[in-house]
Structures are given as C-alpha cells and as structure tokens.
Design a protein around this ligand. Structure first.
Ligand code: HGY
Ligand code: MN
Ligand code: MN
Length: 412
C-alpha cells in the first residue's frame, strides 16, 4: 500500500465547510442556533447529507434520525467510525460538533483524491440531539444507538417547548428506515473542540482524551403560592422564586465545599407568573451536576436532595425532582488514546492526555466499541457561546491526526 504518511487534509477547504454550515441557523456574533429537530437542524442535516453523497458515501439513516455516511473498504465488516453532532445549543458556536462531522468528511475527501481504499470500511456519523438543549437527555441519538435508551422512550420525550421527539423527527423527515444500533463499529474516534481552558492555557495543540466526567441532570418543580408582593408578610409567604434562588446559592456553595472536580450549574429558571409584583407561585429550574468521581457525584445529588427536603418544609412549598439525564464517568480505550498521541508526535504536534468536561457521543459509543477522542484548543476556554473560537492551524492539526488515526485503525 502506498505511503500514506504524507497525506494531509486541506485546512482551507475544511474552514470553508465550517463557515458554510455555520451559515445555517446563523445568529448574531458568528454562532449558530440549530436546536435538535427544528427546521434549522433539518436544513443542516440536508446540507451534510448532500455533502456525503457528493463524496460517494452510502448514506443510511436510522429510526432516531442518526445519519451514517459509509465508505466501502477493501473488505466488508465493521467500519472504523468518526463523527459527532450538528445540533447546537441556543447560543451555539460554529465548531461544537460541526467540526467533528466536517473533519470526518474532509478525511473521506482526502482518501478519495488519493484513491486510497482502506481495509475496513469507514463511516462518518451525525448523531441526533447530542446537546439535549431542547429534548433531554443529551447524547440522545448515540445513547439509543448504543442501546442505553429504547427508541420508544426517546420518541416519547417531550421537549422544553412541549413538542415530542417522535413528532418533530417525522416533521423534519428524518425517521430513517435503518433499525437503531445496526452499525456496530470496529472503533470510534471523535474529534471535538475542548470547550474548556486546559489546552489553550497550556499552549498545547491537541488532547488525547482518555476519559469523560459523570453528568447528572434534573428538573426541579417548586410549587408555592402566588400572593401580593406588597401586602404579604414574610411569615405568610410560600415563595417559589425565593426557593429557586436558595437552591441556586446552595449549589454554588456545595461545589465549593466539595471541591475536587465538582461542578453545579443552574442553566434554566422559569417563574410563574413571572410578574414584578406577584410572589412566584411556581418555579421550574434545571440542575446540572458534574464530577469525574462517580461517588462524589452521587454524594452531591444526595446533599441536594436533603437540602431541598428541608427547604420545602421550612418554606411550606412542594419540590418535585425529575431526572433528565444520568451518566457515570467513562473511561475511553487507552490503546486508541496512545495511538492518537503517537500519530500527533509523528506529525509534530504537541499533545497531552486529558479528560473531557463536556458530554460527547463518544461516551455512548464506548459502550459498544473501542472509543476515544481528540481535542483541539478553545481560545479562552469559551464554548456554548457564539464567541467560541479555535485557530485554523489547530483545526487542521486535529483533522490531520484524525485522518491518520482512522487510517491506522482501518488497516489493523
Ligand atoms: O452537556 C454537555 O456536556 C454536551 O454539550 N451535551
Ligand atoms: Mn459537542
Ligand atoms: Mn455542546
């Protein structure tokens, strides 16, 4: 087989594709908003499917809307897979998820141009609803693919806007005919921006990601009583707004007290009736807890439950918790992480081992095959923000390491 060592991706072509995809659902500040299963998500899907077909990939769509572009190998069998997601949060940047999908397509394009046929087939995946911003849990499509959530349960999920996954998937025309979980990869490697400050602050070009922290999402509904802001003495209040604030303050202090890698975030609070002179009757809020340590994450959940139980009693409100997502920390395949490091070294890029603070589709694929990730720096550690930025040379470096890692895995 010809010497593939000299193959490199075309960074300008990749950058142009990132710009083109970011133009779909574009929002002020250079980011994009393509919440899962919205018209913007459909438009992004349609564009990526068109690019897959232009590359001669065999496009298959499964019953939860996961898209797979498959490239034949010299032999049949389990493909080496890469990919990510193209749905975004509401304040999405142009790299989160998009980069991993488009770099996968650029790898295919380079191999097509070099007329290289790998031994194993290759596949580029676009997983449905990785963000979980509209429909929880996050990583929904890859979780269903990996057998961690039934198709029926996923289709029955109601989003924050009241829509059902099943209805929206049908509405955008992405209910595929391939049964979920059909494609069992030989290995899965996801290229993604770090979305945190580590690589950028250390001046390291790439991350070989060998683990990923645990995630706990819940929605708290706090039922109090609306009353007049000017006439109701404190002792008579059943103030859902105050309770939501008290929980938020408790969570920051909990993360500080627990230390280690404990994180706690209240990303959404909705008050009813949400009026200046009315004590809130109801508060609906989300709690996002994360920790690399499974026991510590469970401890954080326990302490929050105990706190809300006491608070409900003292404030004479009812507090209900609904679990939205719960994933233990994940360890990726050390062998693939080491291979990523070796490829990066051969290509002359600095690299370090690291864990992922964000959830990714790779954590679900690790349930069914060998998996690991490659990170590139996020300038200032910014992400889930339209100002998300990764330097062109780093984007290119990551895609080159993906290219050679995939080829090696496809030849082993
Ligand atoms: O929540 C996460 O970590 C990912 O962005 N879905
Ligand atoms: Mn992502
Ligand atoms: Mn994200």
């Amino acid at each position: 087989m010809r010497n593939l060592g000299k193959l490199r991706i075309d960074g300008e072509r990749l950058a142009a594709r990132l710009d083109a995809l970011a133009g779909i659902g574009a929002i002020e500040g250079g980011g994009c908003c393509r919440l899962a299963l919205t018209d913007a998500d459909k438009a992004g899907r349609d564009q990526v499917v068109e690019w897959m077909r232009e590359l001669g990939l065999f496009v298959r769509i499964d019953a939860i809307g996961n898209i797979f572009g498959v490239r034949a190998g010299r032999e049949d069998g389990a493909p080496v897979m890469t990919g990510s997601h193209i749905d975004t949060v509401r304040t999405g940047g142009r790299y989160d998820g998009n980069y991993g999908v488009l770099a996968g397509l650029e790898v295919v394009r380079v191999l097509n141009e070099a007329e290289v046929l790998t031994r194993r087939p290759l596949a580029v995946a676009v997983f449905t609803n990785e963000e979980g911003a509209r429909f929880a849990p996050d990583m929904m499509g890859s979780l269903v693919h990996a057998g961690g959530l039934s198709l029926a349960e996923a289709l029955a999920v109601r989003g924050i806007d009241g829509a059902l996954v099943g209805d929206e998937l049908a509405r955008i025309g992405y209910v595929g005919d391939m049964p979920v979980g059909t494609i069992r990869p030989h290995a899965f490697v996801e290229l993604h921006i770090e979305q945190g400050p580590v690589l950028d602050s250390e001046g390291v070009t790439l991350g070989a990601v060998d683990s990923l922290q645990g995630i706990s999402w819940q929605e708290l509904t706090i039922e109090g009583q609306s009353n007049h802001a000017g006439t109701t003495p404190l002792r008579l209040r059943r103030d859902a707004g105050f309770v939501a604030g008290a929980v938020t303050l408790f969570l920051r202090e909990l993360a500080q007290r627990m230390g280690g890698n404990q994180l706690a975030t209240v990303g959404r609070i909705e008050l009813v009736p949400n009026i200046i002179n009315v004590i809130a009757a109801r508060a609906t809020m989300t709690v996002d807890l994360r920790n690399t340590d499974a026991a510590a994450l469970a401890e954080a959940e326990r302490r929050l439950a105990a706190f809300t139980e006491d608070l409900a009693r003292s404030e004479k409100v009812e507090i209900r918790s609904r679990r939205l997502a719960r994933f233990d920390p994940v360890v990726f395949d050390t062998g693939i992480a080491r291979r990523i490091e070796q490829v990066a070294g051969r290509l002359g890029h600095s690299i370090r081992r690291m864990t992922s603070g964000a959830g990714h589709d790779a954590q679900m694929m690790a349930r069914i095959c060998l998996a690991a990730m490659i990170f590139t720096p996020s300038v200032g550690g910014l992400s889930h923000n339209v100002g998300e930025f990764t330097r062109a040379e780093d984007l290119t470096a990551g895609a080159d390491v993906l290219l050679h890692t995939l080829v090696e895995l496809a030849e082993e």
